[in-house]
Ligand binder design. Structure first.
Ligand code: SAM
Length: 261
């Protein structure tokens, strides 16, 4: 992924500061209670540091891994000069380059659906986690009836008509696979909604994010088809939204599933 797309990811998946703070607290507090300041946290698929940065700011020892060095270079620019307790490693979730029981907390946000063999990645996460440590799986979720999802649906229908059906829902399938994996090990994952907020995007920005390939479900679609689908939904957009440059609000929530391993 290019640095331009990494930055666009940050803009598109922006969390208001209070949401970032709540996510960080929900991760750091149980670790501090259990390990009294000696914890080392690993984030798998750390990306641009959207989840990591507010956690790093709390002074914890933090390691991030990602298969894509460009995503991590956007993160590196943010924490340079802020913390020496961060290390970033280019690695695959399916083969983590760490000894058994190295970390007390592991974070995985919006990454499981991108890993070809999720069971191997989960085996690896459990292997590098200390017994009694915490696995934190998080995800953002837009309101099901939002305009943003409606526009995405219309764009996907246009792509299908152009002969390129889109596979969506991989994220939910991966979360269910991971839940079944953890429960089969006799563990008891607990899911909570940590924060709710609203995001304003103009209808045009929603289409641009699809054309730019910012969502994982769009990444294998050739760029010219992404734009062709954007053009194909113009009549729908004009009819449905009238003012394409007037922001519309989408309610979002952040979910955290915490498992003591
Ligand atoms: N967790 C970050 C967040 O929520 O902002 C980034 C999420 S981004 C959608 C997914 C990240 O997972 C990308 O940075 C991608 O490069 C990384 N990724 C995908 N497959 C991976 C794998 N097999 N091993 C490690 N990282 C992977």
């Amino acid at each position: 992924m290019s640095l331009r797309v990494a930055r666009a990811y940050d803009r598109n998946r922006y969390h208001p500061p209070e949401v970032s703070g709540r996510i960080a607290t929900s991760i750091v507090e149980p670790l501090e209670r259990e390990y009294k300041g000696t914890q080392h946290i690993l984030e798998i698929g750390v990306g641009t540091g959207r989840i990591a940065m507010p956690i790093v700011a709390r002074g914890v020892q933090f390691t991030g891994v990602d298969i894509d060095p460009e995503m991590m270079s956007a993160f590196r620019q943010k924490f340079a000069g802020v913390s020496r307790r961060v290390s970033l490693v280019t690695a695959d979730a399916q083969e983590l380059p760490f000894a058994n029981a190295t970390f007390q907390g592991i974070i995985a946000v919006h990454v499981w659906h991108l890993v070809p063999d999720l069971t191997t990645a989960l085996d690896e996460a459990v292997r590098v986690l200390s017994p009694g440590g915490f696995l934190f799986e998080g995800w953002d979720s837009p309101d099901a009836s939002s305009a943003e999802l409606e526009i995405q649906d219309e764009w996907c229908k246009a792509l299908e008509k152009l002969g390129h059906p889109v596979q969506r829902g991989g994220h939910r399938v991966a979360l269910n696979t991971s839940l079944a994996y953890l429960e089969n090990r006799g563990l008891t994952p607990q899911e909570t909604v940590i924060a709710r907020w609203e995001v304003s995007h103009t209808p045009l920005e929603v289409v641009e994010a699809l054309e730019d390939g910012l969502y994982s479900f769009t990444k294998n679609i050739p760029i010219e088809l992404r734009f062709e689908a954007g053009r194909a939904i113009k009549p729908f957009m004009n009819e449905r939204y009238k003012e394409l440059e007037t922001p519309i609000k989408t309610p979002w929530s952040f979910h955290l599933r915490t498992t003591k391993v």
